[in-house]
Design a protein around this ligand. Sequence first.
Ligand code: CP
Length: 335
Amino acid sequence: MTIRHFLTTQDWSRAEIDALLEQAAAFKRSPAGAQLAGKSVALLFFNPSMRTRTSFELGAFQLGGHAVVLSPGKDAWPIEFEPGMVMDGEPEEHIAEVARVLSRYADLICVRAFPKFQDWSVDRQDKVIKAFAQYATVPVINMETITHPCQELAHALALREHLGDLAKKKYVLTWTYHPKPLNTAVANSALLIATKMGMDVTLLCPTPDYVLDERYMEFGRLNAEQNGGSLKVSHDIEEAYSGADVVYAKSWGALPYFGRWEQEKPIREAHRHFIVDEAKMALTNHGLFSHCLPLRRNVKATDAVMDAPYCIAIDEAENRLHVQKAVMATLAGRR
Ligand code: CP
């Protein structure tokens, strides 16, 4: 039987995503379950986490399962994915053994491995999660690599809770300043899920260099076509915010400057005014604001925006727990 993984929402149909969201809403109403009774989940973190680790661990517990947390290169051996491709130290073992051994212990393997700009290309991050899926004999769940599909589900559930049907709602994904370039994972994901929900999506960014990777732009266009929405790019703050139902913020580095971040810095610094503030939110259609968190206040969004009733970032963070329970219950039941 083919193993079903949760690596990207692009591998899941709109109907399947809707089913996961319905199951998540049911878990939100009634948290306890036995879907993971007697089952184990391995959580591998190559990067730090607060929300993801907590919500996966507690989610497994609430469904009767047990989670083991590992940090390769720290409390577990550094893993080699291909010659010369290893994170955090000298390689001690190959992904083939790691994935196969963990598959003998656990019913699900969950992996966080997002780009470290110093020494990792964007493509390599795809390779990490794909290597786990290649060698594992149990389902693999993406806890953030080059996309963050669990965040997508939590975001979509929060938007549905506040707006109902999302079709044709105006959705603005805005770049915001951050002192250092950040990865594009959540921005890619916001584009995927908003277009999959049939929303009219505007990607707002300072210059054409900040447009997202063409792979994700193309997925966004395809999703929009299939689900009755649209996707456009804007560099005009006022035009983008005007009439928006949702504003979602994220910082990311301009991919053409990959590895040359000092050259990107003056452009980044010149666009601090992309911060989400009350004046911009006043242009919206009583719009909601959200962010995946963590967020540096008064850098990406002001205190006033973060504390406003229209900020649903905490709802979205809570929903991580419910959607991940839906994903784990769905995948663990397939073996
Ligand atoms: N949004 C999110 O994934 O948060 P953490 O990095 O804290 O897990």
